[in-house]
Design a protein. Structure first.
Length: 270
């Protein structure tokens, strides 16, 4: 694909990088990334993916924008309150970069639609920007079963964590965390609070992983969990290894179909 003058200018800081260049920018423009959840993590991730020129971005979210979202979900603006998040996200991305084709899925992810959404455009990389354990395990299992790479992340209060799964290159989320905690055992951001910038920092790391994966450069967070403590201003990288007994990617895996775990009562929207 040849670039227009406008694209040469738009992506000039990428093109000048020898690790990216014209070839790499073309790869980005031809790539497809699915962002599940357009909240604290997904909002900044989607914005940086769009700015980078990821050609197709899928946005999945059933929620509408609430005023309390705007402290951290920077893809949504005050005028968007009440609007479906996927629509608000699409509008922001279109205004930022017309090269990006935005596909919206105004639905909750569940065992019934997860694989269909992943296969809809055969996404190259998936970003888990969700805020609840049932969705996190669902995304992990779907990615393992369909052999898709994805970035996991979670944020709460002043703390964040992220890891990347690439099929055959390291442990999956379930290798480490096995199964969801009982509903209501772990506080949500709504109950415990979260510093607004946490999603910006961790979500932007997720976007970095997607971009590096597409370009095939650098080291990904496969086989390691990156944790971030904003109060101590400390990043730590914990080495992780495959769990042979993992129920979804281990040798004797028993999970062959997706599971709908019970949501904590406070996660359930009415
Ligand atoms: Zn596993």
């Amino acid at each position: 694909m040849s670039f227009t003058n406008e694209q040469l200018e738009r992506y000039s800081r990428h093109i000048i990088l020898k690790e990216v260049g014209v070839k790499g920018q073309n790869k980005l423009l031809e790539s497809k990334v699915l962002v599940i959840g357009t909240g604290g993590l997904g909002a900044p991730a989607a914005m940086f993916l769009a700015a980078a020129g990821i050609g197709t971005i899928g946005l999945v979210d059933f929620d509408a924008v609430e005023l309390s979202n705007l402290q951290r979900q920077i893809i949504h603006l005050t005028k968007d309150v009440g609007k479906p998040k996927v629509l608000s996200g699409k509008e922001t991305i279109r205004e930022m970069n017309p090269d990006v084709d935005v596909v919206t899925y105004h639905e909750w992810v569940s065992s019934a639609n997860m694989k269909d959404i992943i296969h809809d455009r055969e996404y190259d990389f998936i970003i888990d920007g969700t805020d609840n354990f049932p969705a996190k395990f669902l995304i992990n299992d779907a990615c393992v079963l369909t052999k898709k790479p994805f970035s996991h992340a979670g944020i709460i209060r002043f703390f964040g964590q992220t890891m990347t799964y690439v099929p055959g290159q390291g442990p999956c989320y379930r290798c480490i965390f096995q199964s969801p905690p009982p509903p209501d055992a772990v506080p949500t951001c709504k109950q415990a609070g979260v510093l607004g910038v946490m999603g910006g920092i961790i979500g932007t790391i997720q976007a970095t992983e997607a971009i590096k994966y597409v370009l095939g450069i650098g080291e990904l967070l496969t086989g390691s969990l990156l944790t971030y403590d904003a109060l101590l201003m400390e990043f730590r990288k914990v080495k992780l290894s495959n769990n042979e007994k993992c129920q979804v990617c281990g040798e004797n895996a028993t999970i062959k179909e997706l599971i709908d775990y019970e949501q904590a009562a406070c996660d359930v929207k009415h």
